[in-house]
Design a protein around this ligand. Structure first.
Ligand code: NAI
Length: 314
């Protein structure tokens, strides 16, 4: 069977990343320019920079880059994808109304068997597809940045989606080397962000209660259970340690763990003081020097590649 033809809506960070990963796996890719993509004109430049970075870190071969880039075309005309795409990945601005209009349009122009997937981080897939007629082919595919390095893609079902759409999406992602995980319900945060922000809430609470400093919290995760999580995650840990031990810990610890439904003061107070983090000259919950910010930003992907190689996930 020939490889699915992939259309991407939006030539921003995620759109380019998703397009790049399918092109790397031999798919023909069409990226639709929206917003100010055309004026910025940097989608292909960014993809080439990403590919050069992967080649420099021995993930792909440098001589393959022209072929990969050659499989990607760019168009400002969304109608161009109607007779082209088997799967459309939407990666435009995180705005419900804009995404709803986009899915209405995609639903009108694409044949009913074309899968329409949204890469929204946090919006409801069901609401995004509200104005479309063929809701059975609308699905969530939540990639993680960078889409070409992090294997996980959350495949989010709605009550309307067909099993055929789920299977087609799942199989295409799997064949492209991703690690899709099906999320049965379209809930806020899907699966992984619910877990991630549960950890963030407790991290903030620990600092607010003077139990440890922000640096100590980050170190406890990075040098402790965070290292293990990529190998052994909660359900394996619980069975491996014994549920009796899990019960004993939960009985003692749960009553003391943060369960607020409000955004916490440590976050709102810093925002009010104009301290947003790296984007406000390194002033946030902690203060960062320009060197520390540079190191943090530049080294993340290099270290992700090392981890992915060590765990055989790239
Ligand atoms: P980006 O800012 O790099 O790209 C946004 C895209 O939307 C660009 O193509 C831009 O031209 C277009 N756009 C802007 N205003 C528009 C408008 N009014 N109408 C139509 N298109 C418009 O953003 P990024 O990071 O690529 O995010 C895209 C989507 O992916 C968002 O839904 C975001 O929540 C989601 N996402 C982002 C992740 C990240 O770490 N950056 C991770 C996972 C999902």
């Amino acid at each position: 069977m020939s490889k699915e033809r992939i259309a991407i809506i939006g030539g921003g960070k995620m759109g380019v990343g998703i397009g790049q990963l399918f092109a790397t796996k031999g798919h023909e890719v069409k990226i639709v320019y929206v917003g100010n993509d055309m004026e910025r004109g940097d989608s292909a430049i960014n993809m080439e920079a990403n590919l050069n970075f992967l080649a420099a870190n021995d993930v792909i071969k440098k001589e393959d880059i022209p072929d990969i880039m050659g499989r990607v075309t760019y168009t400002p005309d969304i109608e161009d994808i109607a007779d082209f795409a088997d799967i459309v990945f939407e990666a435009i601005v995180e705005n419900l109304q804009v995404k709803q209009e986009m899915f209405k349009k995609l639903d009108e122009i694409c044949p009913p068997e074309t899968v329409l997937a949204s890469n929204t981080s946090a919006l409801s897939i069901t609401m995004i597809g509200e104005k479309a007629v063929h809701k059975d082919r609308i699905i969530g595919t939540h990639f993680w940045n960078p889409a070409y390095l992090i294997p996980l893609v959350e495949v989010v079902k709605t009550v309307h989606v067909s099993e055929e759409t789920v299977n087609k999406t799942y199989n295409a992602l799997k064949e492209a080397g991703k690690h899709p995980v099906v999320v049965e319900k379209d809930v806020p945060g899907f699966l992984a962000n619910r877990l991630q922000h549960c950890l963030f809430r407790e991290a903030i609470s620990i600092v607010e209660h003077g139990i440890a400093s922000p640096a100590a919290v980050d170190e406890a995760i990075k040098y402790g259970f965070g290292m293990r999580l990529g190998i052994m995650a909660p359900f394996e840990v619980m069975d491996s340690c014994g549920l009796d031990m899990t019960k004993a810990i939960h009985e003692f610890v749960f009553p003391d763990i943060e369960d607020t439904h409000e955004v916490q003061k440590l976050v709102t107070d810093n925002i009010e003081a104009g301290r947003l983090g790296f984007k406000t000259d390194g002033h946030g919950i902690q203060d960062w020097t320009p060197e520390q910010m540079k190191e943090s930003t530049e080294q993340l992907n290099v270290k992700l590649i090392k981890v992915a190689k060590a765990l055989d996930r790239i």
